[in-house]
Design a protein. Structure first.
Length: 80
């Protein structure tokens, strides 16, 4: 497959798990990592105004930002 074909299939493969579920390649020939990424994209789902399944992209973004915020919390300095 040439580069434009690879890019087109990659784009289709990353968008459709969150919306329509189409595929353009034989899914049984995908690697375990690719299947895991596809399942992850299906779990995240679509954007808030769409009818796609899964959690919404805004919910996922807020969860990630919250995890980062919690990771940055430091112990308060004790003033003597």
């Amino acid at each position: 497959m040439d580069l434009p074909g690879k890019l087109a299939h990659s784009f289709l493969g990353s968008v459709t798990p969150r919306t329509a579920g189409f595929n353009s390649i034989n899914v049984s020939q995908l690697s375990v990592a690719t299947v895991a990424l596809t399942i992850f994209l299906m779990w995240i789902g679509a954007s808030p105004v769409s009818t796609g399944g899964g959690i919404k992209t805004s919910t996922f973004s807020i969860a990630i930002l919250n995890v980062l915020r919690i990771a940055r919390i430091k112990k308060p300095h004790r003033v003597s």
